[in-house]
Design a protein around this ligand. Structure first.
Ligand code: FBP
Length: 341
């Protein structure tokens, strides 16, 4: 393992003004997104849609540091035969790959999940590296509810995340470590804070035990937010203050960067929260975005599966990428959203 090189890539992934485009929706998830805009989820439609994003020159070259791909996409070619991964490289962004294989029910733990995909992972990483991937992603899912999460679920998921991260670094690939505490439910922000802190502490304990070099990874956590169905929604200032406090307590300064998932927040909330956090700096790590929905909901709607909407889709994507790029530096203002509208 060349740690200097891993650290260089991890640092570039969280460069000021830039963040990560999470375009790694699995087949089931992209179908849900396409259903919402009335587009059939065929291989060609998925290709056309993602090609539209990767050919958004301004967004890709100025605000996107890296793109997380799904297995299908990394092997796919654009309409003119250019590999999609080449489009990403040519824009200056770093290609990455989702390597987990989804979740399964965790035995003995009613309602809880464990992420799978460790079998043959070393072989798969080697192939992805040869294809050009320089970072990878693995997402663990922790749900909050009556009596959950159990320590069992937190523990097995943290163990798997660390196993994955160590395998990535041995293959010269930067691991994005993503333990997601879901925002579904009616719990308040303090419950989310408490569960997320348990999850992060266990994850870093496992990373240490399995000798993962913290300088060569990126953390992709949820923010401390109120559950979607909680009657009292925390303000932007409270989310920012509690999330930064939580991360300072749990994430060692050796980690070059933290890139948040959006988790179902509205586009503007995800941007406002990131901006407010960066205004609380200086912080020990780069703090940016690795959004799926909060970057793509607008371009998906604008595109709606029609070739004559590609320019509109690219404009919508560029706008969200620019807004989040500003938020990653604490320079966003809500008036910029109104102006664009
Ligand atoms: O399709 P999956 O594997 O459930 O992944 C869901 C998505 O969750 C993410 O980790 C975060 O996305 P969001 O920002 O929409 O929450 C993405 O990288 C991924 O596409």
């Amino acid at each position: 393992m060349n740690l200097t090189e891993l650290n260089k890539i991890a640092t570039a992934m969280v460069a000021p003004g830039k963040g990560i485009l999470a375009a790694d929706e699995s087949s089931g998830t992209i179908k849900k997104r396409f259903d919402a805009i009335g587009v059939e989820s065929t291989e060609d439609n998925r290709r056309d849609y993602r090609e539209m994003l990767f050919r958004s020159r301004d967004a890709m070259s100025q605000h996107i540091s890296g793109v997380i791909l799904y297995d299908e996409t990394i092997w796919q070619n654009a309409k003119d035969g250019t590999p999609l991964i080449k489009l990403i490289e040519e824009s200056g962004a770093i290609p990455g790959i989702k390597v987990d294989e989804g979740t399964q029910a965790l035995p003995m733990c009613q309602g809880e999940l464990v992420t799978v995909g460790l079998d043959k992972l070393a072989e798969r990483l080697k192939k992805y590296y040869e294809r050009g991937a320089r970072f990878a992603k693995w997402r663990a899912v922790i749900d909050i509810g009556g009596g959950i999460p159990s320590m069992t679920a937190i523990s097995v998921n943290a163990h798997a995340l660390a196993r994955y991260a160590a395998l990535c670094q041995a293959a010269q690939i930067v691991p994005i470590v993503e333990p997601e505490v879901l925002m579904d439910g009616d719990h308040d922000i303090d419950r989310c804070f408490e569960v997320t802190s348990r999850v992060l502490n266990k994850t870093f304990q496992e990373l240490r035990v399995q000798r993962v070099a913290l300088e060569g990874m990126v953390l992709k956590p949820n923010m401390a937010v109120s559950g979607k169905k909680c009657a009292k929604q925390a303000s932007v200032a409270e989310v920012a203050e509690k999330t930064v406090r939580l991360l300072k307590a749990c994430v060692p300064a050796a980690v070059p960067g933290i890139a948040f998932l959006s988790g179902g927040q509205s586009d503007e909330d995800a941007t406002a929260h990131l901006d407010a956090m960066n205004r609380l700096g200086p912080l020990p790590w780069g703090l940016t975005f690795s959004y799926g929905r909060a970057l793509q909901a607008a371009p998906q709607k604008a595109w709606s599966g029609r070739a004559d909407n590609v320019a509109a889709g690219q404009r919508a994507f560029s706008h969200r990428a620019r807004m989040n790029g500003l938020a990653s530096q604490g320079k966003w203002d809500s008036s910029l959203e109104k102006k664009a509208a």
